[in-house]
Design a protein around this ligand. Structure first.
Ligand SMILES: Cc1cc2nc3c(=O)[nH]c(=O)nc-3n(C[C@H](O)[C@H](O)[C@H](O)COP(=O)(O)OP(=O)(O)OC[C@H]3O[C@@H](n4cnc5c(N)ncnc54)[C@H](O)[C@@H]3O)c2cc1C
Length: 340
């Protein structure tokens, strides 16, 4: 028994099987709805129900769907299942659907310490192997015991023989601990990708605010490298939040980039500047610094990547300052759920 999901304003539809959530059904049929955690937390896959009914497997409250949004008719596609045919208004990203997901062996090409707890890992793919991706997407390392670890590409898609990753060491983290303490150049790994829908939307030219927390800079750096190659089509305001100056591992380059890219402005924000830093720039939480510079987000797109608390804070506070539904794009660097 299947139900039909009709995509409002898109003149297309897909089918859901019994017990299958809407996101999985769409992806299975090559229709990419934005998604991130796939667990009801992040809200990336939110859509507006125009007709029909859905149900959720459990009665538990979904963190990514406020009561207010639910009353307005919004649903989370990663958890909602159809109860008969429905009509749904949700964003789809065709550009991502066109790229083949590959599983490849790769070699650690170079490890460079960028900051106390950030390693730049460059990985080399087998010769003649083409790995296509969109700026902003990520790969998964496939570990021997079946676990996966996600990291965003930091380089431009145009130079994909060597992939650049920025890896933050998680205290007690099994994979990142290995990267910092055991891994050597030429070690072999297995990876799969590209994944993710955190890509710059090219169907509008609204000014964009880009917010990175720590290694959340990686996917935004990839997007900005592409902009450097292709030119700007909109004003871009980059904010990068870190603890102290020593954590701003790409600061000098970003300052230089603003000199050759007229559309780009850059504001680093430190949450714990050291007394000896002599820091005279912005301080505090990065999202608060953005709100103080932009009291009204109407007409802006916001792209953010980094720690889940930063993403949650933006999700909670920016709509009150005019950020419109459907104009917040993000990658929340959740820790892997090995139980899944
Ligand atoms: C789409 C996506 C893209 C990502 N891209 C990047 C990237 O480009 N760069 C990057 O550095 N990271 C990125 N991450 C995060 C990265 O995948 C995790 O840091 C990594 O999986 C940690 O692996 P691990 O084996 O070292 O840690 P694990 O062994 O999985 O984690 C250790 C355990 O400690 C706990 N823990 C440890 N530290 C913390 C903490 N600070 N807060 C809360 N709990 C904690 C967690 O509960 C976890 O279970 C991304 C994540 C996602 C989902």
């Amino acid at each position: 028994m299947t139900d039909k999901v009709e995509l409002v304003n898109q003149h297309r539809s897909f089918a859901t099987e019994a017990g299958e959530n809407i996101l999985s059904a769409a992806l299975r049929q090559g229709i990419v709805i934005p998604h991130n955690c796939r667990n009801g937390f992040c809200g990336s896959c939110m859509g507006l129900l125009h007709g029909g009914e859905v149900e959720y497997e459990s009665e538990e409250k979904l963190k990514g769907l406020s009561d207010e949004k639910e009353q307005e008719g919004f649903i989370l596609c990663c958890k909602a299942m159809t109860k008969g045919d429905i009509q749904l208004d949700v964003e789809t990203i065709d550009a991502v659907a066109d790229i083949e997901i590959k599983t490849l062996p790769c070699r650690v090409h170079r490890l460079t310490r960028l900051a106390d707890d950030v390693m730049q890992m460059e990985i080399k793919l087998p010769p003649h192997e083409k790995f296509e991706f969109h700026a902003g997407q990520y790969l998964d390392f496939l570990l021997r015991d079946g676990r996966r670890r996600s990291f965003s590409m930091a380089n431009s898609p145009s130079s994909s023989e060597i992939l650049e990753l920025h890896i933050r060491e998680v205290p007690g983290g099994s994979f990142t601990g290995q990267v910092f303490n055991e891994m050597k150049e030429k070690d072999m790994l297995r990876m799969q990708g590209p994944f993710g829908t955190f890509i710059m939307r090219s169907d509008n030219s609204r000014p964009a605010i880009l917010i990175a927390g720590g290694t959340g800079l990686a996917p935004l750096k990839s997007m900005l490298e592409k902009v450097r190659e292709e030119g700007c089509d909109r004003p871009l305001h980059l904010y990068w939040g870190a603890r102290a100056i020593r954590d701003l591992y790409f600061d000098e380059d970003l300052r230089e980039w603003t000199e050759d890219l007229d559309c780009l402005s850059y504001t680093p924000v430190l949450s714990e500047p050291s007394a000896g830093d002599g820091w005279t720039g912005a301080t505090g939480w990065v999202h608060e610094a953005v709100m103080s510079d932009f009291p009204d987000f109407t007409g802006f797109d916001v792209y953010a990547s980094g720690p889940p608390p930063m993403i949650n804070a933006i999700q909670k506070s920016f709509p009150d300052n005019g950020l419109e539904q459907g104009h917040f794009y993000f990658d929340s660097f959740e820790y892997a759920n090995d139980g899944d």
